[in-house]
Every structure is written in C-alpha cells, then in structure tokens.
Design a protein. Structure first.
Length: 454
C-alpha cells in the first residue's frame, strides 16, 4: 500500500514535474471550491430553487467571472418567478461566455412570459442556430415558428379589423411591402417562381439600410385572411389597400408571364399606399435561364425609382446571386409554397432537392434545416409557455460539465495541463481549445507516482 513506481519518459524533468504539480494543486483546489456548487446542484435537482439561489449567489460573489454559476443562478431565479433578477444573471453569463446557449433559451422564456414575443423568437432562434443538435432543438424551433405564425396572423386580423382607423399618410416613406407577383399566365410547372421572385426580392431589398421591408410571412397571412390566392393577388387598384393593411407606404408587385416557349417577362408595379400613384419600373424580359439577371435588375430599378442611393457594399450584396440553376431555384420556390401551406415535410424535400442540384445554394440549405425540425406537426396552437418550458428544460449545458465550475483561473490551470479539458465551447473560442503539451527533448524525465495501480 503506498508503493512507489518509477516511470521514465522522453520529456524534460521540469516540464513533467510542473504539469503533475499543477494537476495535484488543481484537484485540491477544485475539491475546496466545488462544495457550494455541488450543494446548489443538489438543491436544483430537488427543486429547492430558493436554496440554489442562496448558494449560487454566494458563488458569484466569490467568483464574479464564473459564467456557469451566473447562468445557473438565472435558471433558479427564473423558477422562482424573479424574472428581472434572472435576466440580469443570464445576461452576465452571456457577457462572460456567449456560447452558453441555454442561457439564451431562458432569456427566451422570460421574454415570452412578458409578452415580448419578438425578443422571445430571436432568443429561441439564436439557440437553434447555434445548437442545432441539442436535445431541445426540435421543440424550440417549432416554438419559434409557431410564434412567428401567431404574430403574423394576429397582425393580419388586427389590420383588417382596424382598417378604417389606419392612416397610410403617417407611414414612413421607407416602408415597403412585396406582394406575390401574379402568375396566372405561367405554366403550372413554373408558377412557384412567383414565390421565389418575391422571397428573393424581399431578401435583396432588406439589404438596403434606408428601407424597412414588411416580412414575407405577414404578407402571406394578410392575403390568406383576405381569402386571396397569394400568387394571383396583385393588381394596381387593390395594391393601395394592401399597403394600408401592411403598414407600408409602398407596395411592389406585378405580373410574371411567358413569351413563347422560353422567354420570361416580369412586369413590375410600384404603388403608393398614400396616393394610389403607380410607378412602373422597366419590364424585365429575357430567356428563362436569365431569370436571376432579370430579378437583380428589377431590384436595382425599384431602388432607383424610390430615389435611394445605394452604397457600394449594398450594391455588391444585392448583386450576389444565390444560385445560377433555374431547376434549383424552382425546387426552392416549390419549397416556399409548401412551407406557406404548412406542408413542412414536402417543403423540406424540395429544399433538399435544390441543394442536391446546386450544393452552393446556401439559402435552400438553411430552409431545409429549418423544415427538418417541423415534420408535419401542427404549429397552429402552440402549447402554453409553462408546458413548453417543462418540455425543454431538462439537463442544461452548464449542468453537464465534468464537475462544478471552479472559476476562471483554476479552469485555465486545468486546461493548460493538457490532461483535463472543461466541457462547454466545443472549440467556439480560443480559450476553450485544448492545450497541446510540449513533446520531445533529449533528456529522459523521471516521474515518481505514489499510490496503487490496482
């Protein structure tokens, strides 16, 4: 018992002795520093949130740079309904370690509990975008999409109900809505282009800092509430009403049609919601394979008609083409159509088809990933926040560390041995990347290890 073993290596005496010394010191310090957080873990597992708050408050006072302790404190405060304090703790954790993504999830809970749905959606989406493989990702993504749908539907219903009180004259000139281009004169196989054209135009005009573009989902829900086919809705006489309901000073729409067998014609119209005045940007006509050039030229012409001077950066950004493949873009457009109809599995298939045709079609890939969370589950009536939070809470990332947090200096000490690495960032930060111990050396090093190997 207590027998010593001598091990010889190719490393220098000093390096190995220093490393082992660090490990021993770190282990001793960790045992001392972890008592409070271990007790807090036990309290949280038992649902004793008040005790957890007491212990974690002491921990954050002792070590103000302990991001995980701040995050766990925010979690416990949330469970006690102390939302202001929880928000402060969670934001402090994120200031210290932005990759503590579960902290964003709890900030989403808090925002939703306060009725700040836009902020809740942003926090949920942040979590999903950066933790797509997390256990909660499907539920959180569905929640964010359901809330988007809910917000858009409420927007449309309220706009129609309050139509008489709406005053387009007060709308900022910077606001613009894009209605789906009428596709009645396109073959059935090409009609989805109307959706793709509108979506791409929304994306491009959103890159202009001087404009505020109504999001596509709100337009879709408004047309749905009005009982209109979203690919046959636009005409210049009804456009001012659409703009009034959308809260936009201008509405862009038009017609897409075929000339002969292979030439496409886009006839745009820019209509003022305030005066009903119609501006007619140039018709864009060309071969079907030139669709992307036509769409970009349409955007530049609309911006010019509005009287906005683009910066070089804006012009370059708008000019980038997502894909050169008409087949890929058609698949993407069909995906948008299915998505708007709540047919998420069919939408995912089409978005994946677009990526298969053009692997560089990033936008289609993003949509395919989003659809993968939904399946064909109904998003019409999201569960209560309480039910949702119960489903998604479970073990948190700061509760899955290899031991309770021990403070930044001790964490650094452990990491720099090269033998222990704290879980968390998965390489998101320089600070979290594993240290590689020096190797090589001419003199053998002698390491004396005390203890038993059995």
């Amino acid at each position: 018992m207590g027998q010593s073993h001598i091990v010889r290596t190719d490393r220098r005496h000093g390096v190995v002795r220093s490393l082992l010394g660090c490990v021993v010191i770190a282990v001793i310090l960790a045992g001392c520093a972890s008592t409070g957080t271990r007790m807090a873990d036990d309290a949280m597992r038992d649902g004793n949130w008040a005790e957890a708050v007491r212990l974690l408050t002491a921990e954050t006072v002792s070590d103000p740079t302990n991001a995980e302790a701040h995050a766990r404190l925010g979690e416990a405060q949330y469970h006690l309904g102390r939302y202001d304090e929880a928000e402060t703790s969670l934001n402090r954790a994120i200031d210290l370690k932005p990759w503590l993504y579960t902290a964003h999830l709890y900030l989403g809970y808090i925002a939703e509990s306060r009725g700040n749905i836009g902020r809740a959606i942003a926090q949920y989406q942040y979590f999903v975008d950066r933790k797509p493989k997390a256990r909660q990702a499907d539920d959180v993504a569905r929640r964010a999409e359901a809330l988007r749908q809910q917000v858009a539907e409420e927007f449309a219903r309220e706009a129609i109900a309050n139509e008489e009180r709406l005053m387009p004259a007060t709308y900022p000139d910077s606001t613009i809505g894009i209605v789906y281009f009428r596709a009645d004169h396109l073959p059935d196989s090409l009609r989805p282009l109307s959706k793709g054209l509108a979506a791409m135009t929304v994306t491009d005009l959103s890159k202009v800092r001087a404009l505020r573009v109504v999001e596509r989902l709100k337009t879709d829900k408004l047309l749905e509430e009005l009982g209109l086919s979203n690919t046959s809705a636009f005409d210049t006489t009804s456009a001012p009403r659409y703009g009034k309901l959308l809260g936009a000073a201008r509405v862009l729409g038009g017609d897409v049609s075929m000339i002969g067998e292979d030439r496409l014609s886009v006839t745009p119209a820019l209509v003022s919601s305030k005066t009903g005045e119609v501006a007619l940007p140039e018709d864009q006509t060309g071969a079907l394979q030139e669709f992307f050039r036509l769409q970009k030229q349409l955007v530049f012409d609309v911006v010019d008609r509005i009287g906005i001077q683009l910066t070089d950066a804006e012009r370059d950004s708008i000019g980038r083409v997502a894909t050169q493949s008409v087949d890929a873009f058609l698949a993407y457009s069909r995906g948008l159509d299915y998505q708007d109809r709540g047919m998420y599995e069919a939408a995912q298939t089409q978005f994946e088809r677009a990526v298969e045709i053009d692997p560089n079609f990033t936008e289609a890939g993003v949509h395919a990933q989003q659809m993968s969370y939904f399946g064909d589950a109904s998003l019409d009536q999201p569960s209560t926040l309480e039910t949702f939070a119960e489903q998604t809470m479970g073990p948190t990332e700061w509760g899955q560390l290899g031991g309770p947090p021990t403070g930044r200096h001790l964490e650094s000490l452990l990491n720099n041995t090269g033998l222990v690495r704290t879980a968390g960032a998965q390489g998101d930060s320089e600070e979290e990347r594993p240290y590689t111990p020096p190797v090589g050396g001419e003199e053998p090093a002698e390491v004396i290890i005390h203890g038993r190997f059995d």
